[in-house]
Design a protein around this ligand. Structure first.
Ligand SMILES: Cc1cc2nc3c(=O)[nH]c(=O)nc-3n(C[C@H](O)[C@H](O)[C@H](O)COP(=O)(O)OP(=O)(O)OC[C@H]3O[C@@H](n4cnc5c(N)ncnc54)[C@H](O)[C@@H]3O)c2cc1C
Length: 425
């Protein structure tokens, strides 16, 4: 394809181009840099390194392996002051108003406790996305192996036999052995790859807020299954909690249209007194929920990672964890290819990454989909069956410990970064 108006002086030559400098794209660039591979990150928004400004209201429940990866990427000093360990997880098929703080009242629930040591650390860490974004932005701009192009977008993309060539919206051309799409749910690289998508619209919206409260959360994460959708209370540092409240979209819209006092009343009705007196810290945010799985993740010179490959329901807090696994597996695959002298953008190289990641992702996505359908449902026999299921897993020690390990992301063939080992060239 002929390309016009090239700004030759500022054209970009790089080994790898990563479209999207979100949490996954940024972590991938850092993993590649550790492996001695240079990259250019093309991010649509300006990079923000001020945590006060860079908020989308969300916080991420990171499984312990994901947390180890962030430490192995050198982000510990930036993130540790803001991270809250998750020591226990309580999963209940009921409103929290029926549960006491000490978890004594419901025998039909599932309780994970890090003292059972499924993976040798806390069950996970909670970090607000604004802190993750800032830490990653600072690390990207400080790394000599990474070039950040922001704000910038790819306007046209071509996979040629020996390289990928992108035309940026500002007229520059970019040449790379490989272009990776990490631009989230509406990936332009995925669109250019023309791959089939498996899509589900949940007709649910997640309402997200930070709650301030007077009782200590004691490092306990709560997942409550209510007929409108799941409600999660995720502990943050101090007397603060991240609420992720999924509801039918029409109801969520009506909550958003009313005053914060109405929202607080609805929240109290769902979570009871488990956190004591609550107030909203900042605004209520909303995220429409859908699933979109790419059937193919790689083609010659092109690959997908993170939500660009698999956007899933946040019911189990797994989306970013999966995306970080992609970043770790892809960086390691490319590092190994470089060591053996292979072409980084060849389809044979990239298929190893796809084989490593696609099965884990599909099973997690469909499990989240099934959980959401099973639990966002008030039919009496279904309620009884799922409550007995939770209680059954809770009663059987080895099964409970296995479920805990899977929930914490410690199962399967973990890439080196997720085992806490930095990548070397
Ligand atoms: C309510 C909610 C709660 C969640 N909680 C958790 C949790 O607790 N734990 C967990 O593991 N996951 C959680 N997730 C999922 C998690 O947030 C996502 O999986 C994760 O953000 C995906 O990261 P990403 O970098 O792939 O995509 P994104 O975070 O979407 O980042 C994409 C980046 O690409 C940029 N971009 C977009 N278009 C372009 C373009 N054309 N060109 C260049 N750049 C572009 C964007 O500006 C952005 O910076 C949650 C999701 C939701 C909705």
């Amino acid at each position: 394809m002929a390309l016009a108006n090239s700004d030759q002086e500022h054209d970009v030559e790089t080994e790898i181009a990563i479209a999207g400098g979100g949490l996954v794209g940024a972590a991938l660039a850092l993993g590649l840099a550790q492996s001695g591979i240079s990259s250019a990150v093309i991010e649509a928004e300006p990079l923000i390194d001020d945590a006060a400004a860079a908020t989308d209201g969300r916080a991420s429940a990171l499984g312990y392996p994901s947390w180890r990866m962030l430490l192995a990427l050198g982000l510990g000093p930036e993130l540790e002051p803001h991270a809250q360990p998750i020591d226990q997880i309580l999963i209940t098929d009921a409103s929290q108003s029926k549960i006491t703080r000490k978890f004594q009242s419901s025998p039909l629930s599932l309780h994970f406790d890090s003292r059972e040591k499924p993976i040798g650390g806390p069950l996970g860490m909670m970090v607000e996305n604004r802190h993750l974004r800032c830490a990653l932005a600072r690390a990207l701009t400080a790394n000599p192996k990474i070039r950040v192009l922001a704000p910038a977008r790819i306007a046209r993309l071509e996979a040629l036999p020996a390289k990928a060539r992108a035309r940026l919206e500002d007229g520059r051309d970019l040449n790379a052995a490989l272009v990776i799409g990490a631009e989230g749910r509406r990936s332009a690289v995925r669109a250019a790859m023309d791959v089939r998508l498996i899509q589900v619209d949940y007709e649910q919206t997640a309402l997200v807020a930070t709650l301030a409260h007077d009782r200590a959360h004691d490092g306990v994460a709560h997942q409550m299954f209510l007929p409108g959708g799941p409600v999660a209370l995720l502990p943050l540092q101090g007397h603060r909690t991240c609420l992720v409240w999924s509801e039918k979209t029409a109801f969520a819209k009506s909550v958003l249209a009313q005053s914060p006092d109405v929202a607080l009343r609805e929240i109290r009705a769902r979570i009871g007194a488990v956190l004591g007196e609550i107030s909203l810290e900042g605004q209520l945010w909303s995220f429409p929920l859908s699933m979109a799985l790419a059937e193919t993740w790689v083609k010659s010179r092109l690959a997908l990672a993170g939500d660009a490959a698999h956007a899933i329901h946040p019911i189990a807090g797994q989306g970013l964890n999966l995306g970080l696994r992609d970043a770790a597996a892809l960086a390691e695959t490319l590092r190994d290819a470089r060591r053996s002298g292979a072409d980084l953008g060849a389809e044979t190289t990239l298929l190893r990454y796809q084989r490593w990641r696609r099965f884990d992702t599909a099973t997690t996505a469909f499990a989240c989909d099934a959980f959401n359908r099973l639990f966002s449902n008030a039919i009496a026999p279904v309620r009884l069956a799922r409550r007995l299921g939770l209680a059954g897993v809770d009663a059987i020690g080895p099964l409970r410990r296995l479920a805990m390990q899977i929930a914490a992301g410690g199962a399967g063939d973990l890439p080196l970064l997720l085992r806490g080992e930095a990548l070397a060239p």
